[in-house]
Ligand binder design. Structure first.
Ligand SMILES: NC(=O)c1ccc[n+]([C@@H]2O[C@H](COP(=O)([O-])OP(=O)(O)OC[C@H]3O[C@@H](n4cnc5c(N)ncnc54)[C@H](O)[C@@H]3O)[C@@H](O)[C@H]2O)c1
Length: 453
């Protein structure tokens, strides 16, 4: 049910006896909540549960199609893609929507409530921030950003507007019940006192450079808009056809750090209640200015929180994926190992198991919570956002949660690039022991593109 400001609820309960003066007062309160109060006390407005959202879909090929189902019951009024062929396909599902190739024009489509964005990573923070600036709810594919600065700008802007906007980053594995079972086990002491969380993914890439010029872009593809804010690169058809064709290049993505990192780090992040790290370090393939390393290890130090001491978090990718850690085999391609002083918990997305410190010690120290006290299932991931737009604005992977998580990971890439352990002041977003690292917290944009439009 929609949660209204307390006063509004009270006034609506009494609508049958409203005097004209009371009605005007109620209407003013309702307007503050984005609602229209009709005579008789009925609600109409952007936050009423029956309201159909007016939605723009940006990036409607590839991953974009995975979100069509969640918004089919809404009013999809705008479709945007730099590839007109993708728009033609999407228009078969949403035939009355207006078509755009430039997301900046699309965001100014009249009367929008909400945006679903599934474009390339290097445009995410832009589309997110421009949407927030226009008062639009947004579902944004992961990762939220492609630099530390982008993550901070979007998160800060969201925090200013969170009283009226629902945001969600496309970390949909978060809805798998195992995520919450892992959180419960860690909070309930299954591993004892938590010390270190290891997280990994085994994808590799073999690119060593941006692709050379190869032919002209096909007539349906707006290549200059595909590049958007990133430095210019010549067209090559090898960039087209899904995120694994472009996300290993610094100007377009952060390889597995933002890709599977957004999913697998979430498995850990959901269970450790972490804020920003105080330090980061990273080692991997030798630095290449064109591509993000395929093999990489990054370690972060996190301060204590109210229920646990300081911990370390380590991310491994590609050939750095460990085969075992402290004698525990880490078989899944993507997974996490939570190490405590009494046991470890080994998890992939769907299941987890406990590994006691010694066979003799076993798991007798841990009593799983009764089923009735389990965290309630969140339901459909995209659907949660749609309902949040119309209701209490609360989502599991909002821009605060997801922004903090990706800021940590992207900071690790900065540490890798400077080749030393960096100390981080998360309150102000500055590295305190490396001016060189501070220069790498942000990216350069092509003239004419601004993050804050
Ligand atoms: N949540 C998940 O499980 C999941 C899975 C796959 C991809 N993704 C994410 O979705 C995003 C898209 O990935 P993909 O594999 O579909 O890539 P893709 O290259 O196929 O791009 C998707 C669509 O966006 C369009 N597009 C690209 N840049 C655009 C722009 N500036 N404006 C408008 N449209 C634009 C493309 O033409 C394409 O139709 C990536 O950020 C990726 O990380 C998430």
């Amino acid at each position: 049910m929609t949660k209204l400001p307390k006063d509004t609820n009270r006034l609506l309960d009494n609508h049958a006896t409203l005097s004209r003066r009371q009605f005007l007062k109620s209407a003013a309160l309702a307007a503050g909540a984005g609602l229209t109060l009709l005579p008789g006390g009925m609600l109409r407005g952007a936050n009423a549960p029956s309201h159909q959202l007016t939605v723009a879909l940006i990036g409607v090929g590839g991953r974009g199609r995975a979100h069509f189902g969640a918004v089919k019951g809404e009013k999809v009024v705008a479709l945007c893609d730099v590839n007109e062929r993708a728009i033609t396909e999407a228009a078969k599902v949403f035939p009355t929507a207006k078509r755009y190739v430039d997301w900046r024009r699309c965001l100014d489509h009249p009367g929008l409530d909400a945006v679903v964005c599934s474009t390339t990573d290097h445009t995410h923070a832009f589309i997110a921030n421009w949407s927030i600036n226009r008062g639009l709810h947004i579902f944004l594919e992961k990762p939220l950003a492609n630099s530390v600065e982008e993550a901070r700008v979007v998160r800060a802007n969201y925090l200013k507007h969170k009283h009226k906007l629902a945001t969600q980053v496309g970390m949909q594995r978060h809805a798998i019940p195992n995520f919450d079972r892992v959180r419960e086990a860690i909070l309930d002491g299954a591993v004892g006192t938590l010390e270190h969380v290891h997280v990994w993914g085994n994808r590799t890439h073999s690119r060593t450079a941006y692709l050379p010029a190869e032919g002209d872009p096909p007539p349906e593809l707006h290549w200059d808009l595909w590049l958007g804010p990133s430095p210019w690169h010549p067209f090559n058809p090898g960039y087209i056809g899904g995120c694994l064709k472009w996300n290993m290049h610094w100007d377009f993505g952060s390889w597995q750090v933002g890709d599977m990192g957004s999913h697998t780090m979430d498995l850990a992040w959901n269970a450790i209640d972490a804020a920003l790290p105080t330090s980061a370090e990273g080692q991997g393939d030798p630095f290449n200015p064109d591509v993000v390393p395929s093999a990489l290890t990054m370690t972060f130090e996190h301060p204590a929180n109210p229920w646990r001491p300081p911990i370390k978090v380590t991310w491994y990718q590609g050939s750095h994926k460990p085969n075992s850690l402290g004698g525990v085999p880490t078989q899944p391609g993507h997974g996490a190992l939570f190490v405590g002083d009494r046991a470890s918990l080994l998890a992939d997305f769907n299941q987890h198991e406990f590994v006691p410190r010694t066979e003799a010690a076993g798991m007798a120290h841990y009593r799983p919570r009764p089923a009735a006290e389990r965290i309630a299932p969140m339901g459909g991931f995209q659907e949660q956002w749609v309902q949040a737009c119309k209701g209490d604005l609360k989502t599991a992977c909002d821009f605060d949660y997801s922004g903090t998580m990706i800021e940590q990971l992207l900071l690790g890439l900065v540490a890798y690039r400077v080749g030393k352990k960096i100390q981080y002041d998360g309150a102000v977003g500055r590295v305190t022991n490396s001016p060189e690292a501070n220069a790498l917290l942000k990216r350069e944009y092509r003239p004419g593109w601004t993050l804050n439009g």
